[in-house]
Ligand binder design. Structure first.
Ligand code: SAM
Ligand code: SF4
Length: 425
């Protein structure tokens, strides 16, 4: 039986797309190879959001060039944000690659497999299979925002929403395989639906999903603050299956930097939004993204970000050092003039500050009983997440994957909680 290996880096969207490609290859009769070197077909699902990610892609393409020399029948496919619109140029640069396809371009993938004689007919990509009780469901591709630093809109194109009925149908199909929690995905999920004929919005989709029997939990990410409407916040507050967790990237705590980033809001507007969210959903746990070392960021402007983090007390902060991306507005307009060692210092400072905040927030769970949806086992311990997206580890003799269990928390760290089964409040 032929074997495949899917190499994935980047965001949840890439992980979801890789699972979809894996389901399709399983359907065609392929088996998973234990490593890239042992596969007959390799898919690279790529990310170029930062130079460090692009370097990993280039390194793996180099490795595959050598493998292809040894095994000329090896198929190499490349998808994800590395694939720009100049596919002919990519083919010339990377002659070892058999097929480039844009993220989510599954019809092109099925046509290619037919052309190669791998499949007998150009068919639908087929039903998605989920190895976990928690599944990712992409609902919107692309982004219309054009933040000045970001390459995503150039690589993933403009927003295209999946029809609401198609999403519901997919979720019901996943539930037949034991899925209990879905995370709706997109670069900017709250703008879901504006391009569909009947203009449904994310609140409509959440309400439809909430009425599905046996589905336990619904999450969605990620969210541009400008598109977080009051209607959506109220839907989150009133729909019992929608978890009390929200990813709301702020990127900087300084108004001038936010303006140069073209984020379209001020710190005060963001603050007001958080106030409204916390008022309607007091239990909400919040995650954010920060970029340090954006062109021209002074020490004082960075301090505005630090003090905002202290004020907001997010549960999770994803921090990245600015990386100039060719073709973006910032890449063209601004010099990357914050030295690497200053970027690193600021990044470390944010990480340290956030570790302290997360340690404090998580310690409040000690002695409490939380509901955990069990996702699997790792090194002798079961793990799952709370509705607030905290990772919880515990011991149990029986396999409880897919179950909702009550765990009394005994130990906490900035990154996870540990506890015991079966205690009640
Ligand atoms: N759509 C989301 C939003 O509104 O912020 C985020 C999606 S973006 C692909 C994921 C994260 O990558 C961003 O939140 C940002 O922090 C980071 N990122 C994007 N471009 C970057 C760049 N040029 N340098 C450093 N980090 C970057
Ligand atoms: Fe990139 Fe901004 Fe779109 Fe997020 S909202 S994907 S940061 S352009």
């Amino acid at each position: 039986m032929p074997r495949y290996f899917i190499w994935t880096i980047g965001c949840q969207m890439n992980k979801a797309e890789s699972l979809r490609i894996a389901s399709y290859l399983d359907f065609l009769g392929y088996q998973v190879a234990p490593s890239l070197q042992e596969a007959d077909l390799v898919v690279l699902n790529t990310c170029v959001v930062r130079q460090s990610a692009e370097d990993k892609v280039l390194g793996t393409l180099g490795l595959l060039k050598g493998l292809k020399k040894e095994h000329p029948n090896l198929f190499i496919l490349v998808t994800g944000c590395f694939v720009d619109s100049n596919i002919e140029g990519l083919k010339r640069r990377f002659s070892q690659v058999d097929f480039f396809f844009k993220p989510g371009a599954y019809t092109e993938l099925t046509n290619w497999t037919q052309l190669q004689g791998i499949s007998t007919a150009a068919q639908e990509i087929g039903p998605l299979t989920s190895p976990s009780p928690c599944a990712f469901v992409p609902i919107i591709q692309g982004c219309n925002k054009f933040c000045s630093y970001c390459i995503v809109p150039y690589r993933r194109g403009r927003e295209v929403s999946r029809p609401l009925e198609e999403v519901i149908c997919e979720v019901k199909g996943l539930m037949k395989q034991g899925v209990r929690e879905v995370t709706l995905l997109g670069q900017n999920v709250p703008s879901y639906g504006h391009d569909l004929p009947s203009n449904p919005d994310l609140a409509d989709l959440l309400a439809e999903l909430n009425s599905i029997d046996n589905l336990a939990r619904i999450r969605f990410l990620t969210n541009h603050p400008r598109d977080m409407s009051r209607r959506l916040i109220e839907a989150m507050a009133s729909l019992d299956k929608v978890c009390e967790h929200l990813e709301l990237p702020i990127q900087s705590g300084d108004d001038d930097i936010l303006k140069a980033m073209r984020r379209g809001y001020t710190v005060e507007q963001y603050r007001k939004l958080i106030r409204a969210i916390r008022y309607h959903i007091p239990q909400i746990s919040l995650s954010t993204d920060i970029i340090v070392g954006f062109p021209g960021e002074t020490e004082e402007q960075f301090e505005h970000t630090s003090s905002l983090l202290e004020e907001m007390r997010f549960d999770v902060v994803h921090v990245a050092a600015y990386s100039p991306r060719p073709g973006t507005i910032a890449g063209r307009k601004y010099e990357d003039n914050v030295p690497p060692e200053i970027k690193r210092k600021r990044l470390n400072k944010v990480e340290q500050l956030q570790a302290n905040i997360a340690a404090e927030l998580n310690s409040a769970y000690r002695g409490k009983t939380v509901e955990v949806l069990v996702e699997g086992e790792k090194r002798g311990k079961w793990h799952g997440r709370t509705r607030s997206d905290k990772i919880v580890f515990f011991e149990n003799k029986d396999d409880c994957t897919g179950q909702l269990v009550e765990i009394r928390i005994e130990k906490t760290s900035p990154w996870a909680l540990q506890g015991k089964v079966g205690y009640n409040n």
